[in-house]
Ligand binder design. Structure first.
Ligand SMILES: Cc1ncc(COP(=O)(O)O)c(C=O)c1O
Length: 373
């Protein structure tokens, strides 16, 4: 495809897909979702989401960060414990561990999947390791079979940070149904958006009841009696109305993300030294963010690419800094070669639902020109 398309405004990295269904449900919730109907959308969204993922229990929350915090507490993570977290993730994964008084222990990621490297996992386990938190980065499932096998052998629980991975499948099973408990995000840029929001999911009734109590300020029963300090990470019925409408369209939303990645792949995958998102045989990556890692010599480096794209009206995002290099978690003794390489050499491309093939064609042409490829 070669067109004379020129953008008149910045092509953004994200953006939701909103149809009449979302408008209808939210309007109904605003008008009628009060008093005896205050939680109708919440209940339906939670039930439909649990069924979609293939788990028994779900609890809508105000964010994935909140769901991770509750999930960790429900696993019994506390003072003095360690939780293994990949070094390439959003800081929320590690922050949730510190909220519990525990310590995140960082492990490097795989060069192809960009997710926790199972080959490095065992060396990071100590007698204090309470849980492992694989992250399904940018919607690509972490390699859960070996992670589960190691966790089982050591008697360690798994909390999946499934924040960016609604709809992703690992060998036929949804992310979120592969550990003891999991958290999804519906923040504004995500594949399924409620503006801000999240979901805790689990198959374990005891974990669910514990998380639910903690999210009720530690309420002991039906009344106002509180017997421990809890939290309040609640989603509103209004957001749930939006979420339900999005969830009813989720397979179309996934198909669009996969189509966008396919457009990029068709135009860029022949460039030597350029790595794109991976998809393991038998998995379904949802390509929340179509991404590139520069692994060869090009006419410009990653930051030059971001700046050049911006001048040409194309927004892009650098990968997250390696978490153990962030001032808040700085550990000079720990090197994570893959996570650190990605942090300096990889970007997320425009991946919003409303992108057209013409726009992707334009972006890919600019990337080729800037890289001299
Ligand atoms: C890997 C990962 N974990 C956690 C989060 C946090 O999600 P939320 O913003 O809903 O708290 C995000 C959000 O981008 C994420 O990408």
């Amino acid at each position: 495809m070669s067109t004379s398309y020129r953008p008149t405004k910045m092509i953004l990295t994200a953006g939701p897909s909103i149809t009449d269904r979302e408008v209808e449900y939210v309007t109904d919730a605003v008008k009628n979702g009060w008093n005896e109907r205050w939680s109708e959308y919440l209940t339906k969204f939670e039930r439909t989401f649990a069924d979609y993922i293939g788990v028994r229990y779900s609890m809508a929350t105000s964010s994935a960060t909140g769901a991770l915090h509750l999930g960790l507490l429900a696993l019994g993570v506390g003072e003095g414990d360690e939780v293994i977290v990949p070094a390439q993730t959003w800081v929320a994964s590690a922050s949730a561990v510190t909220y519990c008084g525990a310590t995140p222990v960082f492990v490097d990621v795989e060069r192809d999947s960009w997710c926790l490297d199972p080959a490095l996992l065992e060396a990071a386990i100590t007698p204090r390791t309470k849980a492992i938190m694989p992250v399904h980065l940018y919607g690509n499932p972490a390699d859960m079979h070996p992670i589960r096998e190691i966790a089982r052998r050591h008697g360690i629980r798994i909390i999946e940070d499934a924040a960016p991975s609604v709809g992703a499948l690992y060998q036929g099973t949804h992310t979120g149904a592969l550990g003891d408990v999991a958290a999804f995000s519906f923040q504004g840029a995500k594949i399924l958006s409620t503006g801000e929001g999240g979901m805790l999911v689990t198959d374990d009734e005891a974990i669910f009841e514990r998380a639910r109590k903690l999210n009720e300020h530690g309420r002991a029963g039906a009344g106002f009696l509180i017997d421990e300090v809890g939290f309040k990470y609640k989603m509103t019925n209004l957001q749930a109305a939006l979420g339900l409408a999005q969830l009813e369209r989720i397979e179309d939303l996934v198909a669009k993300k996969r189509e966008i990645f396919g457009w990029y792949r068709d135009r860029l995958s022949d460039i030597e030294g350029l790595r794109m998102n991976d998809e393991r045989a038998g998995d379904r990556c949802i390509y929340w963010m179509s991404s590139l890692a520069l692994e060869g010599q090009f006419a410009t480096d990653r930051d030059g690419l971001i700046a050049g794209l911006r001048e040409r009206m194309v927004d892009s995002r650098p990968f997250f800094p390696a978490v153990q290099r962030m001032p808040v978690f700085l550990d000079e003794t720990k090197r994570m070669p893959v996570a650190e390489h990605l942090a300096e050499n990889a970007i997320n491309l425009p991946s919003g639902h409303n992108l057209t093939e013409e726009q992707v064609d334009y972006v890919a042409t600019q990337i080729r020109e800037l890289l001299g490829a």
